[in-house]
Design a protein around this ligand. Sequence first.
Ligand SMILES: [Zn+2]
Length: 235
Amino acid sequence: MKEKIRNIRGIVIRSRPFMENDLCVAVITELGEKLDLIVKGARGKNSRRKGHLEVLNLISATVYESRHNSYLQTVRCENPFFRLKDSYFSIFSICRLVEIINARVLEEDPHQEIYDLLLETMTLLNSETSHLFTVDFALVKLADLLGHLPSYKNCGSCHRVEDRMYLSESSNALNCSECRNANDTPVELKYRKAMEFFREAGLSALQKISLSEEESEFLKNIIEKLFEKRMKVVA
Ligand SMILES: [Zn+2]
């Protein structure tokens, strides 16, 4: 890689101490690449850059790319998403999304739609009308963008459509009554429709949906499993 200076805009998704006085921050840029940036002297007493570099800030910055490392030189916070950060629930739930993005998005393999999804999710959580299911909905869309959201219409093995379908413990896919394994869980049609709706609809469509506690629990279980095995492989 040639040495160069460039301007970026993006969201800080991780920040950790580096060497004695520096920070290492991970940023997903609006082009959808994940950059690991060293910020020299950012932990010093007089550093003004540190405040701009909180996790979940939208920033614009100048980056110097040397042969081996990238250094963040100047930074300005464009949006600190204060309302989101004021809510323990919002912070807690979005951490899961950010953790997966951090593990799965790479500089060499940019995903612009994933940046758009994260920004939209943060904007919704930062608004007055945020919904308890916003991040779960975003996780379904993330699985789809990463290419591992199974079909909730057809049997994953024989592709048949049946009234009774079962969620496979081992593969996350649906099975029909012939292909099912003994410990697969039955999934009612309304849940299968909900998962397909999450795949197709925009995040803001969630405002129109109300879910009972039981329905939320069931869907959260399906959604949590979408990443369980994938994250273990990464770790
Ligand atoms: Zn089948």
